[in-house]
Design a protein around this ligand. Structure first.
Ligand code: MG
Length: 357
């Protein structure tokens, strides 16, 4: 199975929403944030304002000085959140597994839809999907997005930063090492200001310098060393992590009369496990953690959980682990008022399961 990951990043998101909603702002240096007469900061700046070196998180006073003709508008977070949800919906319609990163950024895993004879051909297969998504965001939402396509998250993110706005960049497996060479080390995931300075002290400035470095990176950056070397070579196995809206799936049932009848409890767990499995399947997810919850007649509530290395998605496995938890900790020594079952620590299914979907 070849991995096909897109990183989608909306272009100057807040400012672009403002410019779309208020045509008078188009083409003008829009600064979203408190006006310069007030103590406040810049939340976002349009490309026109960025030309004047206006950046988010900068004090509004500074922005006003750098860009006297700047048009300050108050942030409308509710509006941006609503827009973000609509764009998320367009992303979901590609059939991708999605990891939202922020209000205007997400990773999309399109591996299930793009499988060709080799890794790079699979990436090429993804290009029409990415084009179509960009086009829908333009025509249906009146906004532009930049997309990077690569075989992992690290490269997809770097690819989307490479050409903005309205860009589409593919970093192939064949060219990734060369592509990364001239870029500053700062582009690599996990390299912040501190690590950058440490590396600069020994003359490492570009990713190419890192690729060529013969010494032990552990001596410079500790346990991050081996991972950093892998990143420098464009290798990254990090899976997509799923967003807040699907952090867990659970169900619970309150009984009409407190019960310790094994048959009743088993039937209840079996039904809950079936519901959870159906939801997991619909969302193309699997779970690492199973949790049971019991409440007794006196409202004492206990939860017990178990985390497994291989994520599970089948009803019978969820049911089996739930029974195990109840038995292990002898939770049914007294009649139950409520019994609940849930899963969390959700992942996209492992490669093999995806193939079967
Ligand atoms: Mg953005």
């Amino acid at each position: 199975m070849f991995r096909v990951i897109c990183h989608l990043d909306m272009d100057a998101f807040y400012a672009s929403v403002e410019q779309r909603d208020k045509p008078a702002l188009r083409g003008r240096p829009v600064i979203v944030g408190a006006p310069p007469t007030q103590r406040g900061v810049v939340a976002a700046a349009s490309y026109e304002a960025r030309k004047f070196s206006v950046r988010s998180a900068m004090p509004s006073v500074t922005a006003g000085r750098l860009c006297p003709q700047g048009v300050f508008v108050r942030p409308r977070m509710d509006r941006y959140k609503e827009e973000s949800g609509l764009i998320r919906q367009l992303m979901a319609e590609t059939g991708a597994v999605i990891e939202p990163m922020s209000i205007d950024e997400a990773y999309l895993d399109l591996s299930a839809r793009c499988q060709a004879e080799d890794a790079d051909a699979s990436l090429v297969q993804c290009v029409p999907f990415a084009r179509q998504l960009k086009e829908r965001i333009r025509s249906e939402r009146g906004l532009t997005a930049t997309i990077g396509i690569a075989a992992n998250k690290l490269l997809a993110k770097i690819a989307s930063d490479f050409q903005k706005p309205d860009g589409l960049t593919v970093v192939s497996e064949r060219e990734k090492v060369q592509f990364l060479r001239p870029l500053p080390v700062r582009v690599l995931y996990g390299v912040g200001q501190v690590t950058e300075q440490v590396l600069q002290r020994v003359g490492i400035r570009t990713v190419g310098d890192l690729q060529d470095y013969g010494g032990d990176l552990r001596a410079l950056v500790g346990s991050f060393g081996p991972k950093l070397k892998q990143f420098a070579l464009g290798e990254d196995e990090r899976p997509l992590e799923l967003g807040e809206e699907v952090k867990s799936i659970s169900g619970e049932e309150t009984f009409l009369r407190d019960t310790d009848d094994r048959g009743v409890l088993r039937a209840c767990l079996r039904a809950q496990a079936a519901d959870i499995a159906a939801t997991l399947k619909r969302r193309h997810l699997a779970a690492h953690t199973i949790q049971v919850k019991v409440r007794y007649g006196d409202f004492t509530t206990l939860t017990r959980q178990l985390t497994v290395e291989e994520p599970i998605a089948e009803a019978r496995d969820i049911y089996r682990l739930a029974c195990f938890l109840l038995g292990r900790d002898r939770l049914v020594r007294r009649p139950l008022r409520l019994l609940g079952l849930g899963v969390s620590n959700l992942r996209e299914p492992t490669t093999q399961q995806l193939v079967l979907l």
